[in-house]
Design a protein around this ligand. Structure first.
Ligand code: NI
Ligand code: MN
Length: 226
């Protein structure tokens, strides 16, 4: 599994020949828009955690360009199905065996309106099990006890957690979240994109290392292999 960071909660996940894009927000992100051309992104699936602008902005353009299937909660899936896109609707606690692996839509504490204010269902995260690797994409969320449910079923290799505070967990809660999901390897996301969520990288890494955990902060376009 190869994971590439494109800013905010935007990720590309390659599992063998299958390409998955998560929460594409690139053309609206000053940190990413000159570094990533969304028309070059490959996608068989686009996973959307919730309907906020900073998670869905480029989903339609990428789906149009690639024919990717949009996977999200029922309301978001229906929103895109009505527009003619191929979708796979899910809801909390449900999992599905896709051709690349298993995806479970899990709880998040947040909100989920579309940019025009229309209802975007309830927000979520994803647990992906593919090629003997297991990852958790928390999406935008507060620290929640529901995270403790994940390790009951899945031994994670990587937890992708928001760390920018204000709209989601900050660093201190993300460290606790890492305990809740029983995974000490954390990829930090949802920081620095705009003023409310700017963080000090060194302080963040220091706090994780004091808790005997690894915080990975990738540059835009940088990848890790699991
Ligand atoms: Ni959000
Ligand atoms: Mn967000």
């Amino acid at each position: 599994m190869k994971i590439t960071f494109y800013g905010q909660n935007s990720l590309a996940i390659a599992v063998g020949d299958t390409n998955i894009i998560v929460d594409p927000f690139i053309t609206g992100n000053d940190l990413a828009k000159d570094k990533v051309d969304i028309m070059t992104l490959k996608a068989d699936y686009i996973l959307l955690t919730h309907a906020h602008q900073d998670h869905i902005l480029d989903a339609e353009a990428i789906a149009k360009n690639t024919g990717a299937v949009i996977v999200s909660n029922y309301e978001i899936a229906m929103h895109y199905q009505e527009k003619g896109f191929e979708v796979h609707p899910m809801n909390h606690g449900g999992s599905w065996d896709f051709d690349f692996g298993n995806v479970k839509y899990v709880n998040a504490i947040h909100t989920s309106s579309f940019p025009d204010g229309s209802y975007g269902g309830q927000p979520g995260g994803f647990v992906i099990q593919a090629n003997q690797k297991n990852i958790y994409i928390a999406g935008d969320t507060a620290l929640t006890m529901d995270m403790k449910l994940i390790p009951l079923r899945t031994k994670l290799d990587l937890a992708i957690l928001p760390i920018g505070d204000n709209f989601t967990m900050g660093i201190d809660d993300a460290i606790i979240a890492s305990d809740f999901v029983a995974c000490n390897k954390v990829l930090g996301v949802h920081y620095d994109t705009f003023g409310f969520i700017k963080i000090d990288h060194e302080v963040a890494k220091q706090k994780f290392s004091e808790a005997k955990k690894d915080l990975l902060l990738l540059a835009i376009g940088e990848s890790i292999d699991l």
